[in-house]
Design a protein around this ligand. Structure first.
Ligand SMILES: [Zn+2]
Ligand SMILES: [Zn+2]
Length: 259
């Protein structure tokens, strides 16, 4: 937006940071001031090389190499269908709140700052080795209610970061599921998503033998993305990496959603 139109807009329709009430004087993201946005915890090395969660007590050693956490080492490897899961930020604080505005309150312009965080992370941590960028799908009833799939919007914004990949809507949600964060028991979460996804037949041939990047807004326990990865792998996909805007670092302690 040109300088004078921005000045005029700020005069007529002042915007305030949703966290600290500071007047927003730039187009940053229209919701949060740069200070609040920057204060939200990102995910930086060292983090678990399998589930992407930070190793407690080791923050600030940015150049350390990653290694699997105790939870991942204890997990049955047969149930780990995704090769790795990574996220740009913790699902906490301002970025957690921004994701809820983005997902449940129709504030789709938050896709830009959220995808921006993912781009910064991807530059550091991900290679351009994927044949496809695949959004986690919504069931058609939920899609109709919401009007957009937040994972698809993120995938679309991220695509230029992966010049070797195409955006492929390779998955569909074939039965409605409850929002995972309303379920606390891991077994209930697993049952909720089991059999909920199918690979679109036209996509299967194109993806067979390739590595793909699955995109979601938030990964909590990982049941949803592992189930997506399971059906993709069964359709012949060689490897599924998962990339989310945010990871719930304490897997089951999140507030139930939607608000
Ligand atoms: Zn603020
Ligand atoms: Zn882990």
């Amino acid at each position: 937006m040109a300088g004078w139109t921005l000045t005029l807009k700020n005069l007529l329709l002042p915007c305030f940071c949703k966290r600290c009430d500071a007047r927003l004087l730039t187009e940053e993201n229209g919701f949060y001031c740069p200070t609040c946005w920057e204060s939200s915890p990102r995910l930086e090395r060292p983090f678990c090389s399998l589930c992407g969660r930070p190793h407690r007590g080791m923050a600030g050693f940015g150049t350390l190499s990653n290694f699997p956490c105790a939870d991942c080492r204890a997990m049955n490897p047969k149930r780990r269908y995704a090769r790795r899961i990574v996220g740009a930020a913790q699902y906490d604080d301002v970025i957690g709140e921004a994701i809820r505005w983005f997902k449940f309150k129709g504030k789709t312009r938050l896709v830009e700052p959220l995808a921006g965080e993912m781009r910064v992370f991807a530059e550091r941590e991900l290679d351009d080795c994927y044949a496809a960028v695949i959004p986690v799908p919504l069931h058609r009833v939920r899609l109709r209610e919401r009007g957009y799939n937040q994972a698809h919007l993120l995938a679309h914004e991220l695509l230029p970061q992966f010049p070797g990949a195409k955006l492929v809507q390779a998955l569909e949600r074939i039965r409605p599921t409850r929002t995972q964060s309303t379920l606390r028991e891991p077994a209930a979460r697993r049952a909720n998503v089991r059999g909920a996804f199918a690979v679109v037949p036209a996509a299967a041939d194109r993806l067979s033998g390739n590595a793909v990047l699955l995109i979601d807004d938030v990964v909590t326990t990982g049941e949803t993305v592992h189930e997506c990865a399971r059906v993709l792998r069964r359709a012949g996909v060689e490897a599924v990496d998962v990339f989310a805007a945010a990871l719930a670092v304490d897997r089951l302690s999140q507030t139930p959603e939607p608000w």
